[in-house]
Ligand binder design. Structure first.
Ligand code: WTA
Length: 635
């Protein structure tokens, strides 16, 4: 019996039970039957949750790109691996076959080696959603360089922080990027970032927009001439199972972003397995995930998961609103997409537009539709199910995280009955538990608590780059012996999970995780600001928006408040990126604090939500009177 594919509910339970009783046998069998290895493992796994040390497929040797591309060539060489759909619908879509992808990745891998990049070196990739982004990622993985993709919407200082944290030697970027009717000056942003990044020796530049840019001699080179001269014969690096594959930054509730490190074999097995099952992938399907490759969703379900299964995956450069709100539906129709995977924020934004945009297209090719990134509200779930899935396509509400590498809790289409707003059941190998405030596991159903996972799975991130202590503290110390997700969840009467949202200081705005601390730091750098506190509040389309409470310096010259708000938002945009801008800024004379000086965010959150019903006991505050003032001034 193969464990790779789940065909019905009975099988799901069978596989699930096997994966819990004998996890090593379960994952060992999947790994050995569905991938090609230079050498198999000595032991399937080893772990010590207290020390946050987890290893999978110990001593195995493998190359993930050989598994993504080379091994498919005999059977699927002429099959399309990647469909590139440009921002401008009048520009022709590109179909890149597995043979062509092999050639392009091999050349790029040779270019990287010729430019001095070796196994273990970090390469920052700051590119728009164009084929070169996929090719660069895969070329790094082929030669064992660790890719660190930075979302091309981040500002120069956010790029610099990420480059410096992992000491990248090289940056791959482009002259610019198209997004809707805008052109983004990516190279300019990189130039500014690199003023603060002494570790970067070289920049390779892809030509996309033909924007006039500055090239710094000795540092910057156009990529195309290098590719033209490169051989397409490349020998892939033999990687150890636990060699780092990539670093991907995610926001923490405090301080600088966390560079989550994923390693080779476990990530490979887990992203492939989850893709196959959660999307009911079958040969000749056309899979489209609308995420950006700058996020984990794009890593696992635009690139690795689909390519490992020999699928056809779409890379879309543009945005859902350009040239109009039917763009997604037009693309599904044009490429006969079978699986569509997007975020609740996009669904809500499109649902608020005229129904005709979606009704114009029959969308008959669709088989499964998915959601990821934040809780999907009931209304959005139904709109998606009715108007996109035509009530025929199972909606897979997939819960997972950058840290988990792949989907953890999700219905399996045509197997698990769906229930709106519920991510439903854990995938085989995943053991979720709910914990109470006293750190005890909550048994039974119809309960809520902090969501933890009590046993390792192959896709879990192994550490935070350069800071294992932080990894251990963030994920393994709140509930000793368990991985803590930072999310709250509810388990219903039949054991289905519903994720209720973050319980730390991370706010998810339009599907992007934003730590409040770095935003506060950016605001506090404004010369007129003394202190600030940021909380999230519900927003119809973005899911959450940011509300800032700002104390101004007493001695400061007071400019008009409106201008000051704009300047503060400009600061946020410069330091983090436009996605982190605040929707509301309220100037206050104080913030509610505990006697130990901690800001009581719980109270600020309630005020921002407009819920004055129960602040709890505020008499223990250092300054209880401030609560009334803040309430009065609420925006
Ligand atoms: C949230 C994205 C509810 C959650 C893959 C998690 C979700 C965080 C869902 C991780 C979902 C993701 N329902 N909440 N289906 N999917 N989340 O690292 O709070 O960008 O902890 O990974 O998004 O976001 P990240």
């Amino acid at each position: 019996m193969s464990y790779y594919k789940i065909d019905n509910l009975e099988q799901y339970f069978k596989h699930y039970n096997k994966s819990i009783r004998e996890p090593r046998k379960f994952w060992g069998k999947i790994a050995s039957e569905n991938f090609t290895w230079y050498q198999e493992w000595e032991k399937v796994m080893e772990f010590d949750m207290a020390e946050a040390k987890i290893k999978w497929f110990i001593d195995a040797k493998v190359n993930i790109v050989k598994n993504c591309i080379d091994r498919h060539l005999a059977r699927r060489g002429t099959k399309t691996a990647i469909i590139f759909e440009p921002n401008d619908p009048n520009e022709e879509a590109l179909h890149i076959s597995y043979n062509e992808l092999h050639e392009r990745v091999s050349k790029m891998a040779n270019v990287l080696r010729e430019q001095g990049i070796q196994k273990g070196d970090r390469v920052c990739i700051y590119l728009p959603m164009i084929p070169e982004l996929a090719v660069s990622v895969l070329a790094c993985a082929r030669i064992g360089a660790i890719h660190s993709v930075v979302f091309a919407g981040f500002s120069s200082s956010a790029v610099a922080t990420r480059i410096n944290d992992s000491e990248c030697k090289m940056v791959i970027t482009s002259d610019g990027g198209y997004r809707g009717n805008k052109t983004i000056d990516l190279k300019g942003i990189v130039d500014e970032a690199l003023e603060k990044c002494p570790c970067v020796e070289q920049v390779l530049v892809v030509k996309r927009t033909n924007t006039a840019i500055k090239m710094m001699e000795g540092r910057d080179q156009w990529l195309q001439p290098l590719l033209d001269d490169a051989s397409d014969n490349n020998v892939a690096e033999i990687m150890d199972a636990e060699d780092p594959l990539f670093i991907l930054y995610t926001s923490g509730s405090t301080g600088k972003p966390k560079g989550m490190v994923h390693t080779t074999a476990g990530y490979m097995v887990y992203s492939a397995y989850t893709f196959k099952n959660v999307f009911n992938y079958e040969e000749n399907d056309i899979f489209w995930c609308t995420a950006d490759i700058g996020w984990i969703t794009g890593h696992s379900y635009i690139l690795y998961g689909p390519l490992l299964n020999g699928a056809t995956t779409i890379i879309f450069e543009g945005v859902p609103s350009y040239p109009d709100f039917s763009r997604f539906w037009e693309i599904i129709e044009k490429h006969k997409v079978t699986q569509f995977y997007t975020a609740p924020t996009a669904i809500r934004a499109l649902a608020k537009e005229n129904l005709e945009f979606v009704q114009k297209y029959p969308l008959a090719s669709l088989k499964v539709i998915g959601s990821v990134g934040e809780p999907i509200n009931e209304e959005a779930w139904h709109w998606y199910n009715d108007h996109v899935g035509g009530k025929r396509c199972p909606v897979v509400d997939t819960w997972w995280q950058t840290e988990t590498g792949g989907i953890m809790i999700s219905p399996i289409p045509f197997v698990t009955p769906t229930k709106p707003t519920y991510a439903s059941l854990p995938l085989p190998g995943i053991q979720p538990v709910l914990m109470d405030e006293k750190r005890n596991e909550i048994e039974g159903n119809q309960v809520t608590g902090s969501l933890c996972i009590k046993f390792p799975w192959p896709g879990i991130a192994r550490t935070i780059w350069g800071d294992h202590k932080r990894y251990k503290e963030t994920y393994f110390s709140t509930f000793p012996g368990k991985y803590f997700t930072g999310d709250g969840a509810l388990r219903d009467e039949v054991g289905y999970y519903r994720i209720t949202g973050r319980i730390d200081d991370v706010v998810i705005v339009s599907g992007h995780n934003l730590g409040t601390a770095p935003i506060e730091d950016a605001i506090n750098e404004h010369p007129a600001v003394a202190e600030s506190a940021i909380v999230g509040f519900p927003h119809d389309i973005k899911g959450n928006a940011l509300y800032g409470f700002v104390i101004l310096k007493e001695s400061g010259e007071y400019r008009d408040r409106e201008n000051l708000s704009k300047e503060i938002n400009q600061h946020v945009s410069d330091h983090i990126g436009p996605i982190a801008k605040l929707d509301k800024i309220q100037f206050v004379t104080g913030l509610p604090k505990t006697r130990s000086g901690k800001i009581m965010r719980r109270i600020l959150r309630k005020i921002a939500e407009g819920d004055y019903s129960n602040f709890g006991d505020i008499s223990t505050l250092l300054n209880p009177e401030i609560v009334e003032e803040i309430k009065k001034g609420k925006l």
